[in-house]
Design a binder for this molecule. Sequence first.
Ligand code: F6P
Length: 372
Amino acid sequence: GKRVGILTAGGDSPGLNAAIRGFGKAAIGRHGMELIGFRDGLRGLVENRTQVLDGAALAGILTVGGTILGTSRDKPHKMVIDGEVRDMVPTIIENYERNKLDAIVCIGGGGTAKNANRLSQAGLNVIHLPKTIDNDIAHTDTSFGFSTALGIATEAVDRLHSTAHSHHRVIVVEIMGHKAGWLALGAGIAGGADIILIPEIPYSVESIAESVRGRATSGRNFSVIALAEGARDLQDAADLAAAGALVKGASTPEAKAAAAKHKAAVEAAHRDNPFKLANRLEEATGLESRVTILGYVQRGGTPDANDRLLGTLLGSAGAQLVEEGRFGITVASQGGDAVPVPLDEVAGNLKTVPVDHPWVKAARDVGTGLGD
Ligand code: F6P
């Protein structure tokens, strides 16, 4: 039988173990393959740290949060080894051969798709399974992790209404999602947030303050604001875009490094964005304003039914593709089916919220402010 390696990379997310199990049970049970786990993402592949994944190791993990394999955010071509940045792709190829692998399965999000594509271009047989709570992977309707995180964030928005209305406060709740607004928009709609702010629609504080004041005049002297972590006001969004353009436009390595440093400084200056927003709203509305950062609570714990289902579907379909010898592929979810998509169409191609998306329209239709 074939020997297949498997690893999880990037941020942990509900459904990772369901996908490991889905792939593993199909690979071992149906296709008679041998499965070798690598610890802590690509770092384990570089350091050849393996973990036996037999039937016993795969039992009882469907409902467990996080990843039994561990994870990391390492990049294969730029890995920090003993304090030095090195290209470890050659070492990865050596370890792939040393373990006599026929394929390697990389489970992860947008960053992992890029890394998996790099390994595929270096000649390895790679399959990518899309996980992320951000829902920002191109060509897949959704990724495992998103549904669970959406449920958690929605419950948080629900619960924050208690304090908001009891204390007549504005509560800004920061929701993850990287540079995409899917999670904040979804949870904001489902949790009945009064205002939803996403990166795709830069906001004006004055427009938000107006909505909050409008609500107060009509007797609702509180507001819950779902703020995506990547959302910015018009000025900050423009500053960030300009810094990004500088990096893209830099022609020499020195100019690129300087521009990247500048961009990092601009980004760092935005880290207190939820607090800045709450302070400005308190000033503008006279209502006491507070911040709740959901953070890693959104990624923790047992996956919901959707994510268990999706992890199992995409994982088992991945095993079928390995059996057929089809590689350089992301196993995407499209219309309820598992569909192979070329990795190089997925890598570096983040899916953000189109400003005319049905969710945006629905939010506007029910009177939710989007800050514009
Ligand atoms: O990609 C998942 C995610 O939780 C994003 O929503 C967030 O921007 C990022 O990871 C946080 O990264 P870290 O785990 O490194 O804090």
